[in-house]
Design a binder for this molecule. Structure first.
Ligand code: SF4
Ligand code: SF4
Length: 105
């Protein structure tokens, strides 16, 4: 029998890792204002009540640019500045994940 030294045994974390690949793109339900021109296609742009440009959201609540099958951004290279600055694992990210945590139970 091969003995594996204790320090080589894999350590299971009890905390689920926070990563976009295990997330239902929670942050893509937030209102995203377009404050710079990053080349977002017109068909994904909506106007808010004050005349400002925002990402269009569909009836399911998610951004129109989100692929519903893969839950990935279809305009990643042209995504708005706010999306670029929304940091995975930051407090805002954790809050959004908690808010949708029961949606798939
Ligand atoms: S940034 Fe956070 S909330 Fe947004 S998709 Fe990634 S893990 Fe989910
Ligand atoms: S533009 Fe992309 S990253 Fe930004 S909210 Fe829409 S789908 Fe999410």
């Amino acid at each position: 029998m091969k003995v594996i030294p204790l320090f080589q045994l894999p350590v299971e974390s009890t905390e689920p890792a926070i990563t976009c690949s295990t997330c239902a793109a929670c942050c893509c339900q937030l209102e995203v204002m377009l404050i710079t021109d990053t080349g977002v296609p017109e068909r994904f742009i909506d106007t808010d009540d004050w005349g400002g440009e925002v990402m269009l959201r569909l009836d399911d609540g998610w951004c129109a640019a989100l692929d519903r099958d893969t839950m990935m951004c279809t305009i990643y290279d042209r995504r708005p500045l706010i999306c670029r600055e929304f940091e995975m694992g930051a407090p805002e990210c954790i809050t959004e994940r908690e808010g949708i945590a029961t949606a798939y139970l």
